[in-house]
Design a protein around this ligand. Structure first.
Ligand code: SAH
Length: 342
């Protein structure tokens, strides 16, 4: 059986044509699924009987079952889903002034091993299929639709996993959600966050020049970065900055550097000055993230967020402090952690 959520409109057109149906049938099915949230083929009233039968025999939608839904005081909602193979993932729905936003997971676990991150405490079990990433968006859209709320406008690929470590499925996911005939979320409404898998940058620049890119920098020099992010031992800051410069030259897009502030590790004024010097010639802005507590770490939240921010500003660097969402339900950045039950 073929999972519908793996198909771009173009792929579905090809599939239907190959099986004796019309190209425009793909558009009809897309409308039912993505605009009317109807996944029962027999209810798709404008399809021929033959097409309904064929779809029932060859395509299906299942694969994500809701285990837990937690709503935070600020309305942020965390969903725990079970996948078909029993693995569990988390997805977060956030409400901002500019609309609803979803934070999607791309892997079960993560191999990057960042010391401050809950997801990194679990080894990667497997990559998510494209359909499993698409389904997170579809599921939340259906939830919003059913509750008469506006659909998702922004996607951040910042849940569990390193997206560039699952590049092919990430690509397919991006191509599906950007399709105007389906979910229709434009490139500029999507941000993918990476810890800096430098060898993937050329692919990224070629394939997704208009999709937002955020880099988890988290330190102004290799000594600190290597201590908290093992990836830095493979691709150090100078290699990362070379890749970043190439990206900006090719796309002319501003890049986001994420910088979590951890007490006594990377939050001194000297660190802020060093960071400012590092990025001063780069078209970027810095998103400061107060570190969110994670079990089994010795880190503490920084008390220095304001001063750090002010120092960057004084050095002429554009920076923001990220709004915290859902910290009371462990759904802030880096707090997601798939639970593995037998
Ligand atoms: N693997 C990707 C995306 C996942 S996490 C990446 O590394 O960018 C999204 C962001 O949350 C990253 O910047 C990550 O470093 C940050 N993060 C991880 N743990 C955190 C924590 N405990 N508090 C705040 N941010 C955290």
């Amino acid at each position: 059986m073929l999972n519908f959520f793996n198909y771009t409109l173009k792929d579905l057109q090809t599939l239907l044509l190959e099986n004796g149906f019309k190209k425009f049938n793909a558009q009809q099915v897309f409308d039912w699924v993505y605009k009317k949230f109807q996944t029962d083929f027999t209810q798709m009233t404008n399809l021929s009987k033959a097409l309904v039968v064929w779809l029932q025999e060859h395509m299906y939608f299942s694969g994500l079952s809701e285990q837990v839904k937690q709503v935070s005081k600020d309305g942020t909602t965390k969903f725990l889903f079970k996948l078909e193979d029993g693995n569990q993932i988390e997805t977060v729905l956030m409400h901002f002034d500019y609309g609803n936003s979803i934070c999607v997971t791309t892997q079960v676990g993560c191999n990057m091993g960042c010391k401050f991150c809950a997801s990194g405490q679990l080894k990667k079990i497997r990559n998510l299929e494209a359909c499993e990433i698409v389904m997170q968006v579809y599921y939340l859209n259906k939830y919003l639709y059913t509750n008469n709320q506006p659909l998702i406008r922004n996607i951040v690929v910042m849940g569990i996993g390193e997206p560039l470590d699952n590049y092919e499925n990430l690509s397919r996911f991006l191509n599906i959600v950007r399709d105007d005939h389906g979910i229709g979320i434009g490139s500029r409404k999507i941000t993918v966050s990476t810890c800096g898998l430098v060898p993937r940058f050329d692919d990224w620049i070629r394939d997704f020049p208009q999709v937002g890119l955020a880099i988890s920098l988290h330190a102004p020099n290799d000594t600190i970065r290597s201590q908290i992010m093992p990836i830095n031992q493979a691709y150090n800051i100078s290699q990362l900055m070379q890749a970043v410069n190439k990206y900006i030259k090719a796309t002319n897009r501003r890049i986001t550097f994420e910088y979590i502030l951890i007490d006594g590790v990377n939050d001194s004024i000297a660190c802020a000055q060093e960071l400012a010097a590092l990025v001063k010639d780069i078209l970027c802005y810095i998103n400061l993230i107060p570190w969110n507590p994670v079990n089994n770490t010795t880190f503490k939240r920084s008390q220095n967020v304001r001063e750090f921010y002010e120092t960057l500003r004084k050095c002429g660097i554009t920076a923001t402090v990220r709004q915290e969402k859902g910290s009371d339900i462990d759904s802030s950045c880096g707090q997601l952690r798939a639970k593995h039950e037998a």
